[in-house]
Write a protein that binds this ligand. Sequence first.
Ligand code: 5GP
Ligand code: MN
Length: 346
Amino acid sequence: MFELLERQETAQLKEAISAANNIVICAHKSPDGDAIGSTLAWKHFLQQQGKQSVKVCYPDATPDFLQWLPGFKETLRYDRQTIQVKQAFNNADLVFYLDFGQSSRTEDMQTVLDTCQAPIILIDHHLQPKGNYLLQASFTQLSSTSEIIFNLIYQLGGYDNMTKACAECIYCGMMTDTGGFTYNSTRPEIFSIISLLLQKGIDKDNIYNKVFHNYSEHALRLRSHIILNKMNYIENLHASYFIITKSDLQKFHFIKGDLEGLVNTPQLIKGLKLSISLREDTEKPNLILVSLRSSNGFHCQPMATKFFNGGGHADAAGGKLHCSMEEAEQVTIKALLAYRGELEKN
Ligand code: 5GP
Ligand code: MN
């Protein structure tokens, strides 16, 4: 157990870390619990290895409910601290990509990644990674990047000295990417890892509370409004989709994170195979953000790729459309009809 890398790869990772002085760790746009948990856990570990300069860089804003994570305060945001992020990449002699498999997932930050001269190590669990990497630790069968990080730290002999702070970050990432261990989480290894994290003194119930019981009143009302008034349920297709406009967001004083995971809620309907969320971007006009979730034998990833310029995991995918909401709804209906055969089946 906990032996993901081949012996030669482990040696290569060790060597790369030991040779590096200025390390950058980055994650995808709109970083989630796994992106933030895994990057911070990896930073804690690298600092313990004596690395003085380890900078964690995100493309943009992070949800409020993750900002308590140990080490978060020192992270950099490209949209706000552009110069510092560029400097970090310029000075880097080793870069880690965590929780994404292609530089385009960092959007506005992509050119900084693509022009960086330092060797890159990929640590990720998304399908079909692309790019030139010194080492590619890509494990699509694992539930989260944070789970991979645990394995790597263990393999590098870092478990005994793992701090509570590092264990909290790993737990948070594993917990959020599996919806509190309710999907994608039947592999026994996951629970062996949780047991080892608990031995580091983490309070898992408290972490759950801090992350999932953290809505503002406005956020709870916004979420209820969407389900009550905006959800379209197509019974014969076992599918649902909802549309969130800027005016919905303004009415309920939306801030980033308020709608996190709402796309999972229609899946509470017995037998639902597909849930789609379409949301207008708050800043860019004609940009529709799309989230897809699937269950009961249907897999939404191909639909995300074909119809929504995206991708992701088999049952949790996303994408975006550059058009009006009316056009986005038409695309969604087309997508549903294209998969009608599979969706209709009982
Ligand atoms: P979410 O619905 O939580 O935003 O995203 C679900 C999954 O789809 C995540 O694993 C995320 O990485 C992936 N995803 C979201 N947006 C995109 C996208 O634009 N392109 C690709 N390739 N994957 C995406
Ligand atoms: Mn992830």
